[in-house]
Design a binder for this molecule. Sequence first.
Ligand code: LMR
Length: 398
Amino acid sequence: MLEHITAAPPDAILGLTEAFKLDPNPHKVNLGAGVFVDEQGRTPILATVKAAEAALLAAAQTKSYMPIAGDPQYRRLVQELVFGAGHPVLAAGRAQTAQTPGGTAALRVGADFLHKFFPQAAVWLSQPTWANHRGVFAAAGFAVKDYPYYSAATQDLDTPALLAALRQVPAGDIVLLHACCHNPTGVDLTPAAWAEVAAIAAERRWLPFVDFAYQGYGDGLEADRAGVLALAERCPEMLISSSFSKNFGLYQDRTGALTLLGADAPGTAAAFSNIEIAIRVNYSNPPAHGALIVRHILKTPALAQQWRGELDAMRQHITGVRHKFVEGLKRHGVPGDYSFIARQKGMFSFSGLTATQVAWLRAEKSIYIVGGGRINVAGITPANMDYLCTAVAAALQA
Ligand code: LMR
């Protein structure tokens, strides 16, 4: 049966990491997958995560199953992170959260749940978007469509085109929005644009599905929820996927959450019970380790405060790298104005490099960038900055 199956292409993002590992060039630079790297080129375990792990190891009594929807206290703490403690939707019981293995599982569980009840709906993705969004929603059975988002000409949000397209999305369809640190462009909606999007969603009656993978990497934990809060103000229903890969550095521990917002508590509970079914048939119940770390940190005031400091430091580091990268390109005589890189938010920069230039950088310089020209700015270090800038200058002339 299997002999006629042809090989799948490597993953557009994680496939780069594998190719990078095999590359013998000592100067190689991995700017592919969205992973934070410090000045020394390491992806460290946060001190608060180490402290939580030590406490968990000492206190652990059992490896018995988690509930299908995960740990109850973690689920509550995630809601407070997403909406802010004391937000009216929490007091009204309108939010239910499931602990999931990373943000990807949150997207997939949400997609499976929605497809069961709305198989005719289309899912609308920003053009461009994270390479895996299309795969996840298509795998769940959805027709996937695009809405305009980014203007290459202005290196900014194409707000008129975005709003016009969202006004045309039919009622009952699903629109995937990035809460902050848009992946791959680093260009976010302004508060005014969020208010308009929320009003359009409420009026047109399509369902927002918000990917919140980078909370704290844009302008800070609170500021980054502005889009979610604008939607919650106007829209009775939405889904939100959270990831703690980046803000807690828990990449390999697959730690995330899916939050469902409903019009009232009983309706939310009924719908959420079907999310539990979607989980049960996918992976039964979530892995514990990462979520217990997040729970321990968030429920321990001193650790929670220390973690905020660690997160702020990672964000500020990336902002610093953005500015140094812009200066470096200028210093190496790269023509054009690259100041837009310093304005972008989160880990990524949409560099404007063409597919040919991206391929050339990989083949000739062992610099790994996602097709489409997305650079993981968080992967640039003092040690590789000059090599990178020289190579980009050469790529533009090649
Ligand atoms: C990325 O976009 O690089 C990250 O979210 C890692 C991934 O899973 O693709």
